[in-house]
Write a protein that binds this ligand. Structure first.
Ligand code: LLP
Length: 415
């Protein structure tokens, strides 16, 4: 299995389907999934793919084919997962800030639910009492993740119920008879240090005695993937060992046969980037080379409307000039064609870029297409999946009618 898709495969896809184009390599998703499954085989673990990273239903079906479950962040993601063929017990809905009616819909669908506010927890308890097991998203007050925008577990984050409000949670549980099956945390994205997960577990472990019906410890997602050449991903083998140690050493978790007192909890994860980041490439064609003296701009037929991560998070995405890989290295600022400063990469050394060349942006599988928009009334790109060396279109490029699709043309109101 290739580490990456070859330049030839990418050029072939660009020629066949046009640019800008998202291309996903199915086998890479499987490789990542199996790496996780193997590492965590020492514990009773389930993986729920965080579908917010990439929801194309063919990707969802592929995740199903390789044995994964799905984590959702909206009721529409739940519906997409059901549409893709997942059974409700393989779907988890980790909600935040949502109307209770969405939670009711999720109950009707029969999926697992994590609730992240006292308000919804209370409504849930009043309506369902003990009849529907549920999870609580705890805010552990831990700072973690690649940057503040993607840190979600710290003490000013909107996510989860602060661990300091345990007494309030207990009040609600007691008053309504809730069946708390899961304690959940998700502290952020791009977390390399296994100790962050260990710290999170320790916070949750403190809570175990308060929830006697607990069966699941859900540690969310957030494993780091390498964006820059030479960077390392989270060492999931080491992480699994550390987590097992933490479970083993706790008198109330892990291995009853060993401690005599404990209970064996199931461990859940919700990986997004780890599964689908490296499988994906955004292919774009160079439209204009503009030499301004100190800076040479290379503009492509894409922009922040298609891959917003560099502009939104200052994220680094590796770029290859797949049309001229052996060209003489020169320094470029690679931009989009959007009427904003949409810099993909500043002062990047790349093999000589000529107008018409194809550039490949790596690690575009997670939060790439998914965060795309029609800004500047440009079309969203097409998506292609390569499996067994066969490239199939899995989403058509927008057409002009798509821009008008939901607009209502009023007459007799505007002259
Ligand atoms: N579980 C929950 C509850 C989450 O909120 C997230 C991500 C995940 C799992 C998956 O995290 P991952 O394994 O992908 O790091 N758009 C940003 C990342 C935002 C993550 C939002 N929540 C980016 O492109 O870096």
């Amino acid at each position: 299995m290739p580490e990456h898709l070859s330049n030839e495969q990418l050029i072939h896809a660009a020629n066949e389907f046009g640019t800008p184009l998202y291309v996903y390599q199915a086998e890479k998703i499987k490789e990542q999934y199996q790496k996780l499954a193997k590492a965590f085989s020492i514990l009773d673990t389930k993986f729920f793919y965080a579908s917010k990273a990439l929801t194309n239903i063919n990707i969802l079906r592929y995740i199903k084919e390789i044995g994964g479950n799905v984590d959702c962040s909206s009721i529409n993601e739940v519906k997409l997962a059901l549409h893709a063929g997942f059974e409700p017990q393989k779907i988890l809905y980790t909600s935040n800030g949502i109307a209770f009616s969405e939670i009711e819909e999720a109950v009707t669908a029969g999926v697992h639910i994590n609730i992240d506010s006292l308000s919804n927890l209370e409504k849930f308890g009043k309506k369902y009492g003990h009849s529907y097991p549920v999870g609580i998203r705890i805010r552990p007050n831990i700072m973690a993740g690649g940057n503040l925008k993607i840190s979600t577990g710290h003490d000013t984050s909107k996510f989860g119920i602060p661990v300091s409000q345990l007494d309030k949670i207990e009040e609600v549980v007691k008053a309504t008879g809730l069946f708390i099956r899961t304690l959940h945390i998700h502290t952020g994205s791009d977390i390399k240090d296994p100790e962050v997960f260990v710290k999170g577990i320790e916070v949750l472990f403190e809570l175990i005695p308060h929830f006697p019906e607990l069966e699941v410890i859900d540690l969310g997602g957030g494993f780091k993937v390498p964006y820059k050449p030479g960077e390392k991903e989270t060492d999931v083998e080491l992480l699994a060992k550390k987590i097992k140690e933490t479970f083993d050493n706790h008198p109330m978790a892990g291995y009853p046969e060993k401690t005599g007192t404990g209970k064996k909890f199931q461990l859940w994860f919700e990986p997004g980037k780890f599964l689908v980041s490296a499988c994906g490439y955004l292919l774009a064609q160079v439209t204009v080379i503009k030499d301004t003296g100190p800076i040479v701009f290379a503009a492509v037929d894409s922009g922040l409307n298609h891959l917003v991560r560099p502009m939104m998070y200052d994220a680094y995405h590796h770029i290859e000039n797949i049309s001229n890989p052996a060209g003489e290295p020169k320094v470029y600022t690679v931009t989009g064609n959007i009427c904003e400063t949409d810099t993909f990469a500043a002062d990047r050394s790349l093999p000589e870029i000529r107008e018409g060349d194809y550039l490949a942006f790596y690690n575009a599988g997670a939060y790439g297409f998914e965060m795309a928009s029609n800004y500047n009334s440009r079309f969203k790109p097409a998506e292609v999946m390569i499996k067994n060396n066969q490239a199939l279109l899995i989403r058509k490029r927008d057409e002009f009618d798509d821009l008008l699709n939901n607009q209502v043309e009023i007459t007799g109101f505007i002259n």
